[in-house]
Design a protein around this ligand. Structure first.
Ligand SMILES: [Fe+2]
Length: 369
C-alpha cells in the first residue's frame, strides 16, 4: 500500500517510539506532503492529545507536537506552550501584548553565555592528558571509515588519561544542490544514529560533549522539524549538546595532587570550502582570530593542520616583552577518498583524528598527529 493512503493502524509505530521527529522524516522521505500526512497520522493515533504524542515520540513536553498540528489546522487537546528549538531557547508567543514581549525580550537580551567547564581528574601517575576531537564521520555515506572510528574508540577506552569531544558532521546529508552525488548513502539517519550510539556507548563517560556540523544543520533545515539530529545522539549518549561553535574550559588536576592547570579552548565545526592547503589553513586561522582561546580546533575541511600562533605582548607585572603561544588545529575526517573530493581533484587527506597533549603538572600544549 502506498504511504499516502496508509491509515494510522498500518504504520510501524514501534519503530518511532522515542525517536523524536524520525517519524516525520520517514513520512517525508518520498512524499512532498509528508509533513502534513505525519501531522494527520499523529493526530489520529493520539486522539489529538499532544502530550500523549510527545511522550511517545520522546519529547518532554507536548508543545512541539501541538505546533505541528496547529500548522496543519488540527486542534490540540494536550497542554500547549511555546516550543523549544534545537538551541534550547524558548520562543515567545506572537499573540502576547507588545509590552509583555518587550519586557521578556529585554530580560532575554541581558542573558550571558558561559563556557562549558570540563573538570578533568587524571588518574595518578600521569603527567599528561590527551584530548581527542572526533569530527566529520558522515555516517551513512559509503566512504565513511567506520573501521578507523572503531579503532580510535578502542584506543580511547583503553587510555585512562584521555577524554574526547565531538565536532559535528555525524551524519551525511545529500541534497540536490550539494556537491555530493546521490547514491552514496548506504544507510539513513535512523541507522546512523543507532550505529553511532553503539560505537560510542563504551566511551560515553569520557565524552565532554557533542558539537554539531553543517550536515546536521542541513538535515534540520531540509526536514523543517526544527530539530538537530546531533541532539538525539547527545541524548542517547547522555552527554551535553554543545552547539556549532563553543568554548570549553579544561580544569585539569591529577587524582593525587591539588595542582590545577587551566586550558581555554574554542571549537568551531568549521567554515566554507577550500580546494587548496593554504585555503584550509586560512579558514583555521580565521576561526582562531575570532577568539582569545589558547587552543582552537575545527573540523569540516577534512585536513590535518596544526599551527602554532605566537603573539607578542607585555607582561603587565614586569613590563617584559613576552611571547604568547597558542595552538590552532584542524582535525582530519573519517571520510575515505572519492565522491566529490575526487571529482573536484581535491588531494586525498589523512583519516581519523589527532590527539592534543595537555600538561597536567605544568602548562604545556602540543599536538600529536
Ligand atoms: Fe562540515
Amino acid at each position: 500500500m502506498p504511504k499516502t493512503t496508509q491509515a494510522s493502524d498500518a504504520i510501524p509505530w514501534e519503530d518511532f517510539r522515542g525517536n523524536r521527529w524520525e517519524f516525520v522524516r520517514w513520512c517525508k522521505q518520498d512524499d512532498p506532503n509528508g509533513e502534513g500526512r505525519a501531522a494527520a497520522l499523529l493526530h489520529q493515533k493520539f486522539a489529538g492529545n499532544s502530550q500523549w504524542a510527545a511522550d511517545f515520540l520522546g519529547f518532554k513536553r507536548g508543545e512541539s507536537v501541538a505546533d505541528l498540528w496547529k500548522q496543519y489546522g488540527y486542534a490540540t487537546l494536550g497542554r500547549e506552550a511555546q516550543r523549544r528549538t534545537s538551541l534550547g531557547t524558548e520562543r515567545f508567543d506572537d499573540d502576547e501584548p507588545a509590552e509583555v514581549l518587550v519586557a521578556k525580550l529585554r530580560e532575554y537580551s541581558l542573558r550571558k553565555v558561559y563556557a562549558h567547564l570540563n573538570e578533568w581528574v587524571v588518574p595518578a601517575g600521569y603527567d599528561e592528558a590527551w584530548l581527542v576531537p572526533i569530527c566529520d564521520i558522515q555516517g551513512g555515506h559509503r566512504l565513511s571509515a567506520i573501521d578507523r572510528l572503531c579503532a580510535l574508540c578502542e584506543w580511547i577506552e583503553a587510555t585512562p588519561n584521555c577524554m574526547w569531544f565531538g565536532g559535528g558532521d555525524w551524519y551525511d546529508f545529500v541534497c540536490s544542490t550539494g556537491k555530493q552525488k546521490k547514491g552514496n548513502e548506504i544507510m539513513g539517519p535512523r541507522g546512523t544514529r543507532k550505529v553511532l550510539k553503539h560505537i560510542f556507548w563504551p566511551i560515553r563517560k569520557k565524552c565532554i560533549g557533542l558539537g554539531t556540523g553543517n550536515h546536521e544543520l542541513q538535515i534540520e533545515r531540509a526536514t523543517q522539524v526544527e530539530w538537530d539530529p546531533c541532539h538525539d545522539l547527545a541524548e542517547d549518549l547522555e552527554v551535553p549538546f554543545l552547539g556549532y561553535a563553543f568554548h570549553i574550559v579544561h580544569k585539569i588536576r591529577a587524582e593525587d595532587s591539588k595542582h590545577i592547570e587551566w586550558y581555554y579552548h574554542y571549537h568551531s565545526h568549521g567554515k566554507g570550502g577550500a580546494a587548496t592547503a593554504s585555503g584550509r589553513t586560512n579558514a583555521l586561522l580565521q576561526i582562531a582570530a575570532t577568539t582569545t582561546a589558547e587552543l582552537v580546533s575545527c573540523g569540516h575541511l577534512h585536513d590535518e593542520i596544526s599551527r602554532t600562533i605566537i603573539q607578542r605582548g607585555v607582561d603587565p607585572k614586569t613590563l617584559e616583552i613576552v611571547d604568547h603561544k597558542r595552538l590552532a588545529v584542524m582535525t582530519p575526517s573519517f571520510q575515505k577518498y572519492g565522491d566529490f573530493a575526487e571529482r573536484m581533484a581535491l588531494p586525498p587527506a589523512p583519516l581519523g583524528s589527532i590527539s592534543i597533549r595537555l600538561g597536567v603538572d605544568r602548562h604545556s600544549l602540543h599536538v600529536r598527529q
